[in-house]
Ligand binder design. Structure first.
Ligand code: FEO
Length: 888
């Protein structure tokens, strides 16, 4: 093929490299028909863009440069490089390319996702002119727009698609590619035998590259369906033009997950027949529980056959003898075919085998299982030499118990996998907890904020406060045998936030019979409000299941009736009847209740009255952040002003910076986060924020807005000054007010919130209030206490009379720009308090507060681990000397 660019469309060229003789790709893939490394050049009026580079092999470079040159006019140079994916077969020539002044502008910008930039930095070990391509961000190159769509795990975490609407063309990198070298470049020129070979390579390419990421493939297809596409520029194989519906259909069909069956594959090898004898007994044990089982001797069974059978089976048991301290290769082959993404936390695995003088074979396979995070309900079963009668019974029981695990029955204590803990975190007693991978749900508690999470393994992050896994402690296995409460009335909950869900969950944990109805004005499933500002930098957050507190399945299973977008308009507390109205169609209905829980939450109070609020927005719920994001994108906002320098203000400012805005914070107090930090801490935090480009104005009150004729706010004045400060958007993160209008209408006793006692009872019998709308002991709630109060309200509603709320002092933790800001206990300085502080480079900061020689409070700006150590120290009432030796 000649070394000229291949014109695909006007101003769009293929400039890649063909490698027809390649027979092995990436060491592991056979490529019968060679491959290609496709790169594309798109010439806009304002920019010339190269999409992908090629493999780092000298044999391609010359031709690649020649092809690019042939498409460039004199003095034209590449100004932008987009890398949809960074594997070196696409990014390998990047360094050579940016140094080639003949074809690349030395100031060329290189676009990739944040992950891509991280990888590229490490692949090339050189600082280059990287710019993060954010999801759905657009690049105007003059006559053409390029829009980025994140597409993680297709097939690396760094992947994205780039779409050009004017050309109806999408660049998908590996996605929908094939290892097929084709001189004529486009798919529509393939016919006969060539077409047949292409289809075989298309399948062979999908299996190892995208087979492990099927759910992500379906997401990728979903993204493509939203675009108007007539050409798909893949990075290997023919460019897809003409009719490529079959490629899309195939990916759709191949990526459907088959439902897993109660089926177990037992695969083993046996040197003298001893391991095989064990296998037969295990199989009998499984059969005795009525579970389907297939036994394979791997000496004469191809690995692929077993893996195919395992495709829809829940369980895999591997048996191997130990020879020269190791498991046998046939069994390793199967163990290595497991991986975390496909099998982790879904498939049950186990291993057994006979050994002579040592039993490392079984242990090594077991360790491999641990790495893949498959479910491991039982301890491995190594038997010395030949199994005795007694051993064979043990093997039978192993099979029985493995089948029990699949059937979710209780496993016998003798076979249960033992719990282990690793002393790995911190200097003192933080432990990373490993539990048996037995699929059983456990209760975990975040000790930073008290959030309770139910999951099989330790959660990696607390959605309520952002703390990492080191902050979780294990409370135990969820007890399904507690004595159930039998209250059978009807409970209505007004509100759809965390407090309401906490009440509903607490009720259902103890009571399966009462009726629960929730009324929420929101259209979304209840979500973790503390992480809503993450939406600014990641608009896919709402697609992630762990963003939500519950889902449809939970509501159905627990018979909780949720009325979305519904407003309670009237309550007759004598007749115990609620009148409610759908926000959209205004249809009104009534429902009677026996117990009523107010969980109406709180809203932001807008400090600006009698002004148009087109670009003045609060930040309290998900719709607020989506509205802010949409406004910024639609109006190409460049500058925002955040009113409020507290926790929410900090999070909002970080999110807006992530969106690429110039951001300022206006705080009325003399310093930021005055309730959680001392003055030195505030000053260090302020410097951190300023180093990320945020302007902070403390001791200021924005009191007069400047608006244009359309009602858009264009600036503001600070009290005491006539100077006009320009802005394009005001986000207020202050002035939380309990929502009490409805409670007031029915005469509940109200101060700033609905007054409640320690059972969350209001002034009217049978009516409870909890969370942000409630006022207990004259204080407002934070997220954690709101959840606890929801639980107490729920339990008292079902007449669990011993349930009372106990106020706890919990730490404040905020993560901004990868730095933890942590404050715990009493941080008030007076003459009875001694303090000890330490700073490192002026950015990390630790301060401990002591009373009567014992630690009572602490502040950390730096690592969460240090904060947790301070918290532990306070709980243990450590002395100054002890704190110094452990923490400072
Ligand atoms: Fe073709 Fe994932 O690189």
């Amino acid at each position: 093929m000649e070394t000229k660019a291949f014109e695909l469309k006007e101003n769009l060229y293929w400039v890649g490299g063909l490698d027809p003789d390649l027979r092995i790709f990436d060491i592991v893939m056979t490529t019968e028909f060679g491959t290609s490394y496709n790169a594309y050049l798109l010439k806009g009026k304002k920019a010339i863009v190269l999409i992908e580079t090629i493999k780092n092999k000298d044999k391609f470079l010359k031709k690649f440069v020649a092809r690019v040159k042939s498409a460039l006019k004199e003095n034209e140079k590449i100004t932008h490089i987009i890398l949809n994916h960074t594997e070196p077969d696409h990014s390998g020539q990047l360094l050579e390319l940016v140094q080639n002044k003949d074809i690349v502008d030395p100031k060329a910008k290189i676009y990739g996702t944040d992950q891509a930039i991280k990888y590229l930095t490490q692949i090339h070990n050189k600082p280059l002119n990287f710019i993060e391509a954010k999801d759905q961000e657009e690049l105007d190159i003059g006559g053409y727009t390029l829009k980025f769509y994140r597409a993680p795990f297709l097939h690396w975490p760094d992947t994205m698609f780039t779409y050009c609407p004017e050309l109806k063309t999408v660049f998908t990198c590996d996605f929908l590619g094939s290892h097929y070298s084709h001189d004529e470049i486009t798919f529509d020129t393939l016919e006969g035998k060539k077409l047949e070979n292409y289809w075989s390579s298309f399948w062979n390419y999908y299996v190892p590259i995208f087979g492990p990421y099927k759910p992500y493939v379906l997401k990728g297809l979903k993204t493509l369906k939203t675009l108007d596409v007539e050409m798909i520029c893949v990075s290997h194989g023919p460019v897809l033009n003409g009719d490529f519906s079959k490629q899309l259909e195939n990916y759709q069909v191949w990526s459907q997950e088959e439902a897993l069956k109660d089926k177990i594959i037992v695969a083993c090898v046996s040197a003298y027949g001893f391991t095989y004898e064990m296998a037969k007994q295990i199989v009998k044990g499984i059969e005795s529980k009525g579970v389907e089982v297939q036994l394979y001797d791997m000496v004469d069974t191809p690995k692929d056959k077993v893996l195919q059978e395992f495709g829809n089976a829940k369980g895999l048991i591997l048996g191997t003898p130990t020879i020269v301290g190791e498991a046998l290769p046939q069994i390793w082959d199967l163990a290595l075919a497991l991986n975390k993404v496909v099998h982790g936390n879904k498939r049950f695995c186990g291993c057994f085998g006979s050994y002579g003088w040592s039993g490392e074979g079984v242990q090594n396979i077991d360790q491999r299982f641990e790495q893949t995070k498959v479910l491991l309900p039982l301890e491995p079963l190594p038997i010395n030499f030949r199994a005795s009668e007694e051993d064979l019974i043990k093997c039978f029981k192993y099979g029985v118990n493995f089948a029990k695990a699949i059937l979710k029955e209780e496993i016998d204590d003798d076979f249960k996998r033992k719990e282990k803990t690793d002393q790995v975190m911190g200097k003192k007693k933080r432990k990373k907890i490993r539990v048996p991978r037995d699929g059983r749900v456990r209760k975990w508690k975040c000790i930073v904020c008290g959030e309770i999470v139910l999951s099989v393994q330790c959660p990696e992050i607390c959605n309520a406060c952002g703390a990492g896994e080191e902050a979780f402690v294990l409370l135990g296995i969820v007890d399904n045998n507690i004595v159930m409460n039998t209250y059978s009335g009807s409970i209505s909950i007004i509100g759809g936030g965390a407090t309401a869900i906490s009440a509903a969950k607490a009720i259902r944990e103890r009571n399966k019979t009462c009726k629960i109805t929730i009324f929420t004005m929101e259209k979304h499933w209840p979500y973790y409000r503390p992480i809503i500002t993450k939406y600014f930098s990641d608009q896919t957050i709402t697609e992630k299941s762990n963003f939500y507190l519950i889902n449809k399945e939970w509501a159905l299973e627990n018979k909780v009736d949720i009325h979305f977008e519904t407003q309670v308009v009237e309550i007759d507390k004598e007749k115990k009847v609620i009148k409610y109205s759908n926000i959209k169609d205004k249809e009104t209905n009534e429902i009677s209740y026996d117990k009523l829980i107010f969980a109406t939450g709180a809203g932001n109070f807008c400090p600006f009255r009698d002004v148009k609020k087109i670009n003045i927005m609060g930040i309290r719920d998900l719709d607020n952040v989506t509205q802010i994001t949409d406004y910024i994108k639609t109006n190409k906002v460049k500058k925002a002003t955040v009113i409020g320098g507290g926790l929410l203000g900090m999070e909002a400012a970080e999110g807006l910076i992530d969106l690429g805005l110039e951001v300022e914070i206006i705080e009325f107090a003399q310093r930021v986060m005055p309730r959680q930090l001392d003055s030195q801490g505030s000053s260090i935090l302020q410097k951190l924020l300023e180093s990320h480009g945020i302007t902070i104005k403390t001791g200021c009150l924005a009191h007069e807005l400047i608006q244009n004729e359309q009602g858009l706010t264009t600036g503001y004045k600070i009290k005491g000054s006539e100077q006009i400060h320009k802005t394009e958007l005001i986000v207020f993160a202050i002035g939380v007010r309990s929502r009490v209008d409805l409670a007031r209408q029915i005469g509940l006793e109200i101060n700033r919130g609905i007054k409640v006692n320690d059972k969350m009872e209001t002034s009217v019998q049978g009516i409870f209030a909890a969370g942000d709308c409630a006022e207990y002991d004259f204080q407002y709630q934070n997220w954690v206490s709101a959840i606890e109060q929801g639980k107490i309200a729920g339990l008292n509603a079902i007449e669990e009379k011993n349930s009372t709320y106990i106020r706890k002092s919990l730490p404040y933790s905020l993560n901004v720009f990868d730095t933890t800001v942590f404050s715990v206990g009493s941080i008030v300085e007076d003459k009875e308090i001694q303090t000890l502080s330490h700073t490192n480079n002026g950015s990390n900061y630790i301060k401990a507060f002591f009373k009567d020689e014992k630690i009572v409070g602490g502040i950390v700006i730096g690592k969460l681990e240090t904060g947790l150590e301070l918290k532990d120290a306070i709980e243990d009432a450590l002395s100054i000397k002890q704190v110094v030796s452990i923490i400072f």
